[in-house]
Design a protein around this ligand. Sequence first.
Ligand code: FES
Length: 404
Amino acid sequence: MYDRILAPTDGSRIAERAGEHACELARRFGADLSVATVLEDDDRERAERAVDAVAEHATERGVDATTEILDREASVAETVIEYATDHDVDCIVMGTQGRSGLDRFLLGSVAEELLRESPLPVVTVTEGADPRPDLERVLVATDGSDSATAATDHAIELATEAGATLHVVHVTDALLAGERETVEVAPGEEIGTDAIDDVLERAQGTDLETIHTAVVPGRTHQAILAYATEHDVDAIVMGTHGRTGLGRYLLGSTTERVVRFATVPVTGVRPEPGPTTTVEYLDYQVLEEQGWSLEDEDLFEQAAEADLGEDAYGTLEVEQGEYVLDAAEAEGEDWPFYCRVGGCVDCTAAVLEGDLEMDENRQLSDEEVEEKGFRLTCVGTPTTEEVTLVYNVKHHEDLQDRVM
Ligand code: FES
């Protein structure tokens, strides 16, 4: 499944460790290995030392490796992605700071950008991870989304090619769920949980004979990691979820949390980009200044005719599965937020047309969601082709006492 693997390195200990894993994967799958570093500060000697260190591991493992020193084109991650796509690379293996970084919230900006932007699978290896796992048990976590489906197909292929057992985990809301249910089934059978049944269907016709399935209650990333530890899993495969991040550094999605705390390599797989949603937005503070109201039927017509700046009124495109707040920030907008995990009201928007689905909501009441159309933009993804919303609704009198 892998004919060419790319191991980017910056010469750090973690990058070398990831390089060892890249060598192991290349050996196992008979792939060629490219070891690359991005030239920084014109320090060619340092760059050569970095690639040579990983190439030595490759030689020891009997793997063909070529080394490259890349001139930096844009960001380091973009340079790596451009090289990978130009050279028929099948996956990128790289190290991350994980929990031992300067700050537990830092994954490493290059790793984060690669996970977010790479069209190719990205295997991340933290400092504590075993770089040469046996690859006997592969876990795929699924929530039934398109992102998870892409990961599912990759995990099925990985488990099949490696002769490994596939474990499929679906995490449910801890408050709603009962006991953990685990069951071993054959591909094509059903267990009555849509997200898992979809995996079983997709595994039909492969060489996998038995699949271990588990419906697990709890907080998603913790439940996945606990399952992986208990079942001695060697590799985790998960979908990546569009753009995330506060200033591109704070980790938002489940996948990034799993990457950060995993003690085994984690493969992030990005789904093919789907259709985008056009979000027309308006700043709530403009309503207050202009004497307009959320109930005005012609609110957005008035906004379109008023001479408002792009920060106050405009449109933005949101990718499938992408959070609206992330999409706004990617466009350079500065919308309010506080926790980014569904635990406050600071990022609230009032959705007037279309809809957003929230991954989490621990602050808005049912009435605010159903009757006022309030949604949390930090965890809200569009479910309609067009959405019209007023952001900055934290200034609404109903939310004042809950603003952080
Ligand atoms: S910023 Fe707290 S829920 Fe969105």
